[in-house]
Design a protein around this ligand. Structure first.
Ligand SMILES: [Zn+2]
Length: 339
């Protein structure tokens, strides 16, 4: 309740600041001069599901409005300029390489004449793994809705009920994620296989929604590059880099780079970290990225304790809204004054 009131006061103030020009003034004087926005999925639906496994989905209509907003109020830079520190303005990045990126998101970028950076996990494109682990767990549990399941929380000893609704199943997936983080588990895909074995499930799950859960193909990714977009490595398998040994980190960073360079027939100097909190990225991780031969690396949030800045470039995400005052406050950095 208290939180709702605080949000209401903040949002009212943001709206007032926008329409009186205060947030524009802030932006001109002290706001960020360079901003990198991160997106994941743009879906051709009227309404998003009430939950979303990573809070990363946006409808095509809202994405369209957000691009319009960005072009109107800020300078959206071509992605080729991202390594130029003097290029001020906004850059667009898109993580994970899902099928909707090619079929829904890219046509909207083209409509607005905007180019973007796509962060790709080659093992997913090569179908070495069917889904990113968290999606995979969610889809397996969806198949077991209303049934009982054995999970690693208590060493698979007791049967636990699987909720009926997708929102409930999403919560259970979150608990599994917490387990993975508590154990600092390197072999997350091994855990997915183990859960399947303990419950007698098939490892393979049919995709309920190709645009949301499946990956782009190499020809689609090459077509994006031909349209003027760029590609970054997002590791081979989207595991948590901090949980991996030095040798495993090296494989994730170097093999993915080589695989992309082979398929795209060009150098891939950019890296986008999967995840972004301090629990997931430490200085050793940043050093490993630098040693793997990249020239720049992008994170999800600002982490001033990590260096150098070229390898810890902060990004920010938009919530799935089209309200100009709120978006302006986020881009200008004005919103962060009200934390
Ligand atoms: Zn990702």
């Amino acid at each position: 309740m208290g939180k709702n009131i605080r949000h209401f006061v903040r949002d009212s103030w943001l709206t007032a600041s926008y329409y009186t020009g205060l947030s524009q003034l802030y932006h001109a004087l002290v706001g960020r001069k360079r901003g990198i926005i991160s997106y994941h999925n743009v879906l051709p639906v009227d309404k998003l599901s009430a939950f979303d496994t990573y809070n990363v989905d946006v409808t095509a209509a809202i994405f369209d409005k957000q691009l319009q907003f960005l072009k109107k109020h800020f300078r959206v830079q071509p992605i080729q300029e991202i390594e130029n520190p003097n290029a001020k303005g906004i850059f667009i990045t898109v993580d994970d390489g899902m099928r909707n990126n090619y079929e829904v998101l890219a046509p909207l970028l083209e409509k607005h004449g905007i180019s973007a950076l796509f962060a790709i996990c080659p093992a997913m494109v090569d179908r070495q793994l069917p889904y990113i682990w968290r999606d995979h767990l969610f889809l397996l549990l969806c198949q077991a809705a209303n049934q009982s399941v054995r999970l690693p929380f208590n060493d698979y000893q007791t049967l636990l009920p699987v909720p009926e609704t997708p929102a409930g199943i999403n919560n259970l997936t979150r608990q599994l994620k917490q387990y993975v983080y508590k154990q600092q588990l390197a072999d997350i895909y091994g855990l997915v296989r183990e859960i399947c074995q303990k419950n007698g499930w098939d490892y393979e799950v049919l995709s309920p929604d190709e645009l949301r859960y499946d990956f782009m193909t190499w020809p689609q990714i090459r077509a994006l590059v031909a349209q003027g977009h760029r590609v970054a490595s997002h590791t081979q398998t989207h595991r948590v880099l901090r949980f991996l040994s030095q040798e495993e980190k090296k494989v994730e960073l170097e093999v993915s780079k080589q695989r992309l360079e082979t398929e795209l027939k060009q150098e891939v100097p950019l890296f986008v970290y999967p995840y972004g909190s301090r629990a997931e990225i430490d200085q050793v991780t940043v050093d490993a990225v630098q040693e793997a031969g990249y020239r720049m690396a992008l994170m999800n949030v600002q982490q001033p304790n990590l260096s150098p800045l070229t390898f810890s470039q902060p990004r920010f995400a938009f919530p799935p809204i089209s309200d100009s005052s709120h978006l302006h406050a986020i881009v200008s950095g004005y919103k962060f004054l009200f934390r």
